[in-house]
Design a protein around this ligand. Sequence first.
Ligand code: ARG
Length: 743
Amino acid sequence: MSPSNDVAYLPILSFMSFMSFMVRFLTWKRRLRSRAMRWLRPAAVRGNPRYPRLARTSQNVEESVPWAVCWSPVSNRSIAGRWSAMNILVELRKRFAAALAPLVDDTAELVQMVRRSQDARFGDYQANCAMPLAKQLKKPPRDVAAQILASLDVDDLCQPPEIAGPGFINLRIKDDWLAVKLNVAVTDPRLGVAVADDPRTFVIDYSSVNVAKPMHVGHIRSTVIGDSLYRTLKFLGHRVIGDNHLGDWGTQFGMIIYGYRHFANEAAYREQPVEELARGYRTVNALVSYHTGRQQAEVLRKQLADDQAAVERQAAVANTGDAKADKQAAKALRELQSAADKTQSEVQSVLGKLSEVENDPQLAPLIDQHPDIAEAVLAETAKLHEGDADNLRLWREFLPACLEEIDDIYRRLGVTFDHTLGESFYHDRLAKVVEDLKQSGIATDSDGAVCVFLPGETAPMIVRKKDGAFLYATTDLATIQYRMDEWQPNAILYVVDHRQSMHFSHLFAAARLWGYRDVELTHVSFGTVLGENGRPFVTRAGDTVGLRGLLDEAVRRALKIVTENDEAKPDGPELTAEQRRRVAEVVGVAALKYADLSHNRTSDYVFSYDKMLATGGNTATYMQYAYARVQNIFARGGVDIESLRSSGARIELTEPEERALAIELLRFPEALELMVEDYRPNQLTSYLFDQVANRYSSFYEKCPVLKADNPQQRDSRLLLCDLTARTLQLGLELLGIETIEKM
Ligand code: ARG
């Protein structure tokens, strides 16, 4: 911008800064007001007032995690201090931004091209920005690289950078610099991870199970991925609100109510309410599927008759003698035949499912007794939503039992929420939401229903059905409104199955139309858990697999591994039966969680106990052993590691394996950034495994610790071991995985 331009822009600039001040001021005021409101309301209202028993108040991770005390934004400054923060990549990018600024207007994209090197032979980091910049400047890339280096100030941090190949800049961090930073980390509870300069507010919608049936394997993903994001974002200094958007109000309650009224055994219900309700639910579900299957079979049969008629018609077409026309006719026949075959196999599959029910001695007699069960279930749900006293009473009676069941699983998984505002919480707001959408011209009446027509979408999003019923989408819009009013988040993350991606893209588009434009709305989607046969994981009977059973089995197998391992110890077993049991619970639960987290969330993965509990490879079990082995070194050497940390003993890097481990330990902040960048916990698991645990193994093989050459070297190596263990522990903690001192 030239000076004369500068002057011309002055009024605009001052207007803009005034506006930005006003926006900040208003946001601050709104926040303050909403905070005040929150504290003025009675605690029970903060939970879901509809819930009869469990008016759940906020549960914070801070209550349970040891590092919480040291990472609140205030205490961080006083204890560890910002000065100790080190994110090498961020630092390097800052330096590159400064060096690039005289050459281009916008350095942002180029700066992103500074990355860690894939191959250690080319240094620790690599900058590939000279090539694209050379194109812009129309100069040879190596010259541009040299030009960048001329103004790049990294002397304190790196050895003299090298230009390689067509213009790559290779950077190698100085060993002294690494050592200095490591020695700071030795006494830093945050291990050098900075608290966000510009903290954002995140609402995370996770777990969000439909409570009418026991949790199954499909629920593990949202629960553990959401929990790990919650922990990590919070650790990075953001304000994070965990909200379990329970499905506590949907059709499944109509099913349970119907099931209870018609199929429940009173004694069994009193003994084990959830199991009995679930049994009723399964019966209702099977019968509903049966009757809809019958209708579907009818439709398919007609379709098949049409398909076959079309095949016959085509087959009757006589040859014309024209090779091209005959070839086309043959092709048409083949296509019609294959369509008919497809319909045939669909008919077969539907009939197969029908006959399963017909041959089931318990279900068969019920088929004719409940011909209109599908409609009846919908009617029960509708009655509940209209406030029918009986159905509301049953709902109030069933809900606590359902919640207790899932709470028990959450306890075992070590997962907590700040809020549990299920769908029922929003029911009273839905009519108002629809009115609001209509008034602002976003929703319109269409055939008696109320719809939002979204730009670029053929099908509209229905927010109220003809019969007056509201939908899942309506509740989600009300939820967005509530969250925005209540917490003013910068981002709302929905950790939900990929099959709902269409729902979320419509929801987000509607929310934007409604005026929520400045909030990041992200569907953190994930794939399916598969059985060993590569198909969705179900029991032999075709039911989904209960989560409780999976946890029990994982713990049972973990106990076997822990026991064998303990018995194989050179100096004899170390653990009591009770200790083994406790270790097995931690190991089993962790194995299941870690297996989920370590897969790229968008892919499906195969559920395998053997793989998840393997003591070698990228598993929780391996990582937990790695951690415990380090503790074992301290025990064997009679080392009081806490005193050593504060003794002034220093880490010195002499062997290549020490250095290789050291730089990875200092890359912990980078791994966390990578994880939250696109909400992928597997970025952290692979860092912990590929970088930390593996480098540690090589280090431990090459560098004697307790038998080091001299006391300084021994202390230095003990501190490296300690930093490794603490990185593993903190990293695992952020994933929601516990470590154990002795296994
Ligand atoms: N209860 C829903 C289900 O099990 C998931 C809810 C996800 N969260 C949301 N705000 N829609 O399919």
